[in-house]
Design a protein around this ligand. Structure first.
Ligand SMILES: [Zn+2]
Length: 102
């Protein structure tokens, strides 16, 4: 991971990571330009997944394989209802502003 000094634009070095939670950490950084010497703290936070973990997908598939045909039918029905609900929500979200200035 690269950090850039906001004072001079040179590459920064992460000297210490202070984990605040599973998803958030403070990075103690220092500019590598000796003439600048700027030091700062950046916050690193988990944002969102881009691709599901193969491990969790694999576990889910194994769990589904262990279900009876009746349980699979109930699961399919539940997932279809949930998917229909999400599609309705997506349509409503298109009309909402992404960012609203106060
Ligand atoms: Zn710098």
């Amino acid at each position: 991971m690269r950090v850039i000094c906001i004072e001079c634009g040179a590459l920064g070095r992460i000297n210490k990571t202070n984990r605040l939670s599973d998803n958030v950490a403070h990075l103690y950084c220092q500019c590598t330009d000796a003439e600048c010497g700027y030091r700062w703290v950046s916050t690193l936070a988990y944002s969102r997944p881009l691709n599901p973990s193969r491990r969790s997908v694999g576990d889910a598939v194994l769990a589904v394989l262990g279900l009876s045909s009746e349980q699979r039918a109930i699961l399919a029905s539940t997932l279809n209802e949930q998917l229909a609900g999400e599609q309705k929500t997506d349509l409503n979200d298109k009309n909402k502003p992404i960012y609203q200035r106060r």
